[in-house]
Design a protein around this ligand. Structure first.
Ligand code: ADP
Ligand code: MG
Ligand code: MG
Length: 893
């Protein structure tokens, strides 16, 4: 016969924590606590399988259920020596829902079930406390009436208010037995009026009513929505727990409370929580009375701690806290009730905590010897580190929110409002804190974004230019703040009634998307202490290296501070936008002749050499991958006539000629146009200049420091082996020239991005000419899906909602499609060249789920933006642990 009901507590304890899927979290942990000897009121759990069977069979229960519930109920009666429905010594129970994971939207708990007009008298007699009995009865009708029968909560509240008015009092505690009896009479009338039937008096009918309501709530709209948003399958079902009542509302030696075994906001190893004397269940969180602190140490003047009020029960609870932590080896969130000085445990579960608390608790529990380093690593969600790596708003600071946009790049920043990138740069150079405010940003704003403390845009989504670039730089960014109007002419931004002028201060919280008027104080992150310890453990457990995408000395320094083991992607084009260079870059592009281009390139060479030398110095011998020029040339073209005129003068050409040239260079689809290695093929002198700058810088820094620099030169957008063969030949030629001229030896590598499907499909041929592959999964995703990242925002939500894509493929790598291409390229590439070095660069390199994929695919390293380096180090460690576990589980071949 199928087992649908599991007992817990007092004698019959069928379950344990391992049966969470079957008993739900609450039920499994009640059995576990009872099993380790903690005082749990006896009860039973109706399994999640009953819920599933109920819905599979047209809302009918399995046949044996009734008998099994009856038997379990008898078990409780015997354990506590009371009878369900017994007029003299009535057993009361609570009915509590509980799925595998805690789930808002499910039915609320019903307490004191089993009371009726008869048993209430019995309870009054047996407890010797009529007030307590009538108070319990009215609570029951109120909970059952609203939760099971659907009578609006406010109706009940109004009745209590009326009675209080009549008696001229404000406090529940002033109501005596007679007053509560009055309330009960009015409640019963109310229920009859609202539902058309008398309040159920038969305890069995009450019980089945409550059980039915729990199972019914599994499919209610609130629960359905929550499940959809949190990827919880409907097939899991909920369990129902029926448990003997204990009473925290029987007098001054009774109490109820909720606590955490450690402080959930700081992680401090201190008992943390709240309790109320003479109260029941939800009173603590309901806010009717002010809950009091647990320990004397935390009690403020006027507060009465549990330690002082109920010293014996408190001591017992401290022992339970210890037992639970020792047993579960994690911080617990617990519920308890004290009935006449006796402690009862009603719930335990692993407690929710802030990122800072999670870190501290994991480290301290490892130091205490409760968990291993691996477990400590496994307990930190990599993405949560974000909260610890950026400045945050001081929680104590006053603030005025003026608008809210998308939380595009985390952290908090305050500064003066500035509307142009150039002005940002000038003011920042003077040491001013500034926020760049734009309707949207473009590549020309990058230098301003870099110099700003934060970026605010009124248009664009999470993958807009502003969002992607700001995240890459670790700049705070609030994007798509539609509630703000920017007027460039008037130099103002308007949010509702707030008009903010250029130069006025605002504060951004890029983690929430909030925009504040004025300057809100911020707190700097600390990278030492627990954080450093955790990172050290992660580093010793991971296999893959972690590099950073960085092009400025600033970024490179941040990357090293965060533990990057090299640069995986240095985008040289960002170096071209600096004001003193863009003019020369434009001359190079617009040059009509090779000679004119050569002249411009010669002027750029020293700039580039300095750029690379600075990076090599900072990275001190760590590998640096430099990508040669990649973007479509149009990104550098002069837009205004003034700009064009400047270029014309520099080149000694007519404005007309340049207009023509600009028209000739314009493309209808630049991202698929004349870019990447196609530039290197048609203008070999551009790549030659860049290669020369790289090699000369490497020789220079090696001579300075006495230790070798091994540059890695990367060719972008290769789709055909011959493209790499030709561009590589040019790079090799320059290398030989530079090396022989300097009379030194220099090791270097030349490799390619794999960012076109054709490159992945022909990776074996391409590998012949490559020392390494770096998967450019941003472009590979664009080209595999035939989808532009900048335009995906418009329909992405519909695709997610309709389950066409599980996730934004630009955030987490699409394993089935893009991932398959990566795996193919790995196999083909290493098949041709066993030692081929493989890495990934781009946004995916900092995404934990994508990092897990990289580990499985056998890549050597991931490269991500500097601020995500710690996240990647932790995620790589977790991925290595998971891979080791999978290998251990796999049957020996
Ligand atoms: P939730 O999941 O919303 O916390 P619970 O089922 O845990 O709901 O219960 C709500 C409140 O009722 C909690 O404070 C809990 O401790 C209390 N409670 C539940 N069952 C009993 C019981 N048998 N005796 C006394 N209090 C109970
Ligand atoms: Mg609870
Ligand atoms: Mg690319």
């Amino acid at each position: 016969m199928a087992k649908w009901v599991y007992g817990f507590g007092a004698g019959r304890n069928d379950g344990h924590a391992g049966l969470r899927d079957l008993l739900g979290g609450k039920g499994a942990n009640l059995a576990e606590m009872a099993g380790i000897g903690l005082p749990v009121p006896p009860g039973f759990t109706i399994t999640t399988e009953v819920c599933t069977a109920f819905y599979d069979n047209g809302r009918r229960y399995p046949e044996e259920l009734d008998a099994q519930v009856q038997a379990a109920l008898t078990g409780i009666e015997q354990a506590v020596g009371l009878g369900f429905g017994d007029a003299g010594r009535p057993l009361l129970v609570s009915v509590r829902s509980g799925a595998r994971v805690s789930m808002p939207g499910m039915m609320d708990t019903v307490l004191n079930l089993g009371l009726n007009d008869e048993t209430v008298e019995g309870l009054a007699q047996s407890s010797g406390d009529a007030r307590f009995a009538w108070d319990s009865y009215r609570r029951f009708i109120q909970m059952y009436g609203s939760v099971v029968l659907g009578v609006g909560h406010h109706h009940f509240e109004e009745i209590i208010e009326d009675v209080k008015n009549e008696l001229n009092t404000l406090e529940d505690t002033d109501l005596d037995a007679e007053a509560w009896r009055q309330v009960v009479l009015s409640y019963k009338d109310l229920v009859e009026r609202e539902t058309g039937a008398a309040f159920p008096q038969e305890p069995k009918a009450q019980l089945w009513g409550a059980i039915g309501a729990v199972f019914g709530s599994w499919m209610n709209p609130r629960a359905n929505t929550y499940r959809r948003l949190n990827d919880i399958p409907a097939a899991w079902g909920t369990a129902v727990n029926v448990q003997a009542m204990v009473f925290g509302n029987m007098g001054e030696d009774c109490a109820t409370g909720v606590c955490f075994t450690r402080d959930p906001s700081t992680g401090e190893n201190a008992f943390y929580g709240e309790y109320l004397v003479n109260a029941q269940g939800e009173d603590v969180v309901a806010g009717i009375r002010t809950p009091q602190p647990m320990s004397e140490a935390r009690a403020k003047p006027g507060e009465v701690s549990m330690e002082a009020a109920l010293p014996d029960a408190y001591r017992e609870l401290l022992a339970v806290r210890d037992t639970l932590e020792r047993h579960y080896r994690d911080m617990q969130d617990i519920e308890f009730t004290v009935q006449q000085n006796k402690l009862y445990m009603l719930q335990t579960r692993s407690g929710k905590r802030t990122a800072a608390a999670a870190l501290r608790i994991a480290i301290e529990m490892a130091h205490e010897g409760r968990i291993s380093h691996e477990e400590a690593i496994g307990r930190i969600t990599p993405a949560s580190l974000d909260q610890l790596l950026h400045p945050t708003l001081d929680p104590k600071a006053e603030r005025t929110v003026i608008s809210r946009g998308l939380p595009a790049s985390p952290g908090a920043a305050a500064g003066a409002v500035v509307f142009t990138a150039d002005e940002v740069e000038q003011r920042a150079a003077r040491g001013e804190a500034v926020i760049l405010v734009r309707i949207e940003t473009s590549p020309e704003d990058v230098h301003g974004m870099h110099a700003a403390r934060g970026v605010l845009t009124t248009r664009g989504g999470m993958t807009s230019h502003a969002a992607v670039v700001a995240r890459g730089m670790g700049r705070v960014c609030v994007a798509g703040c539609g509630g703000i109007r920017v007027d460039y002419k008037a130099q103002t931004l308007t949010a509702g009634s707030h008009v903010i002028k250029a130069g006025d201060w605002i504060t951004l919280d890029g983690s929430t998307g909030e925009v504040f008027a004025g300057r809100v104080a911020t707190i700097e992150p600390t990278l030492s202490g627990d954080f450093a310890t955790l990172m050290g453990w992660a580093d010793s457990l991971r296999r893959m290296k972690v590099r950073a995408n960085a092009e400025t000395p600033d970024d490179a320094e941040t990357a090293r501070r965060f533990g990057a083991e090299g640069i995986g992607l240095c985008r040289t084009e960002h170096m071209f936008f600096a004001p003193e260079r863009i003019g020369i870059v434009r001359q190079m592009i617009m040059a009509g002749s090779e000679a004119a281009r050569a002249k411009a390139l010669e002027q750029l060479l020293p700039f580039q050499r300095d750029d690379f030398a600075a990076l090599f110095r900072i990275m001190a011998g760590l590998p640096v991958t430099i990508r040669l020029l990649d973007p479509p040339l149009h990104e550098f073209l002069p837009h205004t006539d003034a700009d064009l005129l400047a270029v014309a003068e520099g080149l000694g050409q007519s404005l007309d000629a340049l207009h023509e040239r600009r028209a000739a260079l314009s493309e209808s689809n630049p991202m698929l146009g004349h870019r990447g290695c196609r530039l290197g093929i048609t203008f070999p002198e551009i790549y030659a200049m860049q290669a020369r700058a790289i090699f000369e810088a490497a020789i220079l820094v090696a001579a300075e420091t006495g230790s070798p620099v091994v540059p890695e030169v990367m060719i972008p957008l290769v789709g055909t082996a011959r493209e790499l063969e030709l561009t590589r030949a040019e790079v090799d030629r320059v290398a030989q020239e530079v090396i022989s001229k300097a009379g030194v030896t220099l090791d270097y590598q030349v490799g390619t991005m794999i960012e076109l499907p054709r490159a992945a499909l022909t990776a074996d041929q391409i590998a012949q000419h490559a020392d390494f592959f770096s998967f450019g999964t941003n472009d590979l995703t664009q080209t595999t899906f035939g989808l532009s990242r900048d335009d995906a925002g418009g329909f992405l939500p519909h695709y997610i909602e309709k389950a066409i894509w599980a996730r934004d493929p630009f955030v987490t790598i699409d394993r089935e499609g893009v991932g398959a291409l990566v795996e193919l390229a790995v196999t083909k590439g290493r098949g041709r060249k066993p030692g081929l070095k493989l890495g990934v660069c781009g946004e995916h390199g900092g995404d934990p789920a994508s990092i897990a994929f990289c580990e499985e695919a056998g890549l050597d390293y991931v490269s991500c933006s500097p601020f995500r380096v710690p996240i990647a180090r932790l995620a790589a460690a977790q991925a290595a642990m998971a891979a080791a576990m999978a290998r251990a589980k796999a049957p020996a071949a």
